[in-house]
Design a protein. Structure first.
Length: 254
């Protein structure tokens, strides 16, 4: 249980945590030792699979906003995991009270290589959060696996309106009427479920076959094309069937 006294104690020791950030970075860069005793970790594969669960973890990205949105000139321009929340490491302690409603939820912290996220997880553990893990290998490993990433707007904290500043919609002028070999009906599902369902379906198909994906999540307008591009598939069409229903046609290439 998150207690106000725990949060105050962490805030009081803010300078100590800043020193620990420097130490963990030093150990990781020069000693290749990204560990903090007592802090649990989760692998990229475990995190990806957890998205299929009924109660997926809350994702907290502790990089700078510039890295989170892949602003030009940032360290790595791969963006962030869909639905993750941006809470930069040096702002985490000051925002623990805003995150307190997450008590009892599984939380995963993340950074580029897995070092700062360990510190973030320790901070949250000391503040009384009950189930916090750090993403082992960080977002660098996640990106190398080809798992979903986005640069779209996300609310800074989990309690804001989830409506995103979606990009301009561009749809095929004509509805695809060719042969469809398999259909994924992800209507009613939210990110990242449509991508996970599509990935599973296309893995069972043969090269050259066509997958139809039906969704109602506006996030799919960027997530499905990004997934197709990353995995080397062909996005044949992207269509709007009704005002809030979307259809994607993807041809398997590899």
């Amino acid at each position: 249980m998150v207690k106000e006294q725990d949060i105050k104690e962490v805030k009081f020791n803010k300078f100590k945590f800043f020193i620990k950030v420097l130490q963990i970075i030093y150990n990781g860069v020069f000693k290749r030792n990204w560990t903090i005793p007592g802090v649990d970790e989760i692998t990229t594969n475990q995190l990806y699979e957890s998205f299929n669960s009924e109660n997926p973890p809350i994702l907290i990205d502790v990089r700078s906003r510039k890295e989170f949105y892949a602003t030009k000139g940032s360290y790595k321009e791969y963006g962030h995991i869909p639905e993750s929340k941006s809470v930069p490491i040096m702002q985490l302690i000051d925002n623990l009270e805003k995150l307190a409603p997450l008590k009892g939820r599984e939380i995963v912290t993340m950074c580029p290589g897995g070092g700062m996220s360990l510190v973030a997880a320790e901070i949250m553990n000391k503040a009384g959060f009950e189930d916090v893990k750090s993403l082992r290998g960080g977002l660098d490993w996640w990106d190398k696996k080809g798992y979903p990433m986005t640069t779209e707007y996300n609310p800074e904290f989990p309690f804001e309106d989830k409506k995103s500043k979606s990009s301009e919609r561009k749809f095929s002028a004509e509805r695809y009427a060719g042969k469809v070999n398999s259909t994924v009906d992800a209507r009613g599902e939210s990110c990242p479920k449509p991508v996970l369902m599509s990935k599973k379906a296309i893995s069972k198909m043969e090269i050259g076959q066509v997958l139809e994906i039906l969704t109602t999540d506006p996030g799919s307008l960027s997530d499905i094309p990004a997934w197709a591009n990353v995995t080397g598939q062909e996005l044949v069409s992207k269509e709007e069937n009704n005002s809030d229903e979307f259809r994607f046609i993807v041809k398997k290439h590899k």
